[in-house]
Design a protein around this ligand. Structure first.
Ligand code: SF4
Ligand code: SF4
Length: 296
């Protein structure tokens, strides 16, 4: 009698590997399984993937998000992620063509890595995160039978992954930090989740926010630094990681304008005074009318 489990077996080989580990694999046009991997996708995008793809397609980030992605919950009660949206009513990637990937030069990190999975980890006794890898073996993928072996690091370099990983490092560190944070930070407010989403995935909206008077009223960014960030999506992403570390975890690396902080304090105090005044007036009215006590 064959054993049955309620879950399908995972295609991820259960071994954590370092970059020097050997990988026997080759994907080539003409292989019998050509495009099988792109016919049934589950591809999470990094902020860098989104920038590269939206630039290639000539879209604003919010247009790209709307047309080509679906949001998903990267962690329970936590941070949202973004995945590639497959073709309408199907599972294939919208960039797949009979000749292969139509956005090959700007294909996402996960497509470059395949059949390797990146595991960014921070060990308990270490202060910096490290990259480890796992091999994904799916039955349909015949690339594992090809007679070519190289290290995972050499494969990463060949697939152009290094610059993608470097550019997305700050984002991965933010997620690791979020995962290892205490219960208060572990359940961020709706507002902070929205900020995270905009800063990481909707870079053109984040640009508009950084260029706004409201931002300038609170944050004191040197003109040259601001100019450089505003004209370059990838530089803006790096600035975004700093911004998020500041607003989510209190790591202040962007100077605050004294005036802006004072103004905000004054506004909060004024708001509080107005609410107290209104509550007192309401109480007095209820007393006059002999009505029920309303807890405000
Ligand atoms: S982006 Fe390209 S490589 Fe990635 S799943 Fe789509 S067609 Fe395949
Ligand atoms: S070898 Fe693997 S990665 Fe290449 S086309 Fe076939 S299924 Fe896709």
């Amino acid at each position: 009698m064959s054993e049955s489990t309620p879950f399908p077996p995972s295609p991820v080989v259960p071994a954590t590997l370092e970059g020097q580990a050997p990988l026997q694999f080759r994907c080539r046009k003409g292989i019998a399984c050509w495009n099988a991997c792109c016919s049934n996708i589950d591809i999470a995008l990094t902020p860098v993937d989104i920038v590269r793809l939206k630039q290639r397609l000539g879209l604003a980030s919010w247009e790209f998000l709307q047309q080509y992605t679906v949001p998903y919950e990267m962690e329970k009660d936590g941070i949202a992620g973004v995945k590639l949206r497959p073709v309408e009513g199907g599972t294939a990637c919208r960039f797949m063509t009979p000749e292969g990937c139509s956005v090959y030069e700007d294909r996402p990190t996960a497509c470059r890595y395949y059949p390797v999975a990146l595991l960014a980890m921070r060990k308990q006794d270490e202060s910096v995160d490290r990259q480890y890898y796992a091999i994904v073996r799916e039955e349909h993928c015949l690339g594992h039978q090809e007679p070519r072996t190289q290290s995972i690091d050499a494969y990463r370099a060949e697939q152009g992954v290094l610059e993608y990983d470097e550019a997305a490092r700050g984002w991965r560190q933010l997620i690791l930090k979020k995962k290892s944070s205490g219960p208060t930070i572990g359940k961020p407010s709706k507002r902070s989740l929205e900020l995270f989403f905009m800063t990481c995935y909707d870079v053109d909206r984040f640009r508009a926010f950084v260029a706004s008077d409201a931002f300038a009223g609170v944050f004191d960014v040197p003109d040259e630094e601001l100019r450089t960030a505003l004209v370059d999506d990838l530089v803006l992403l790096q600035f975004g990681w700093r911004f998020l570390r500041q607003v989510l975890f209190g790591e202040t690396t962007i100077a605050l304008r004294g005036e802006g902080v004072e103004q905000r304090r004054a506004r909060v105090a004024e708001q509080r005074a107005r609410l107290e005044r209104e509550a007192a007036e309401r109480l007095a009215r209820d007393d006059d009318e002999g009505g029920a006590f309303v807890d405000v």
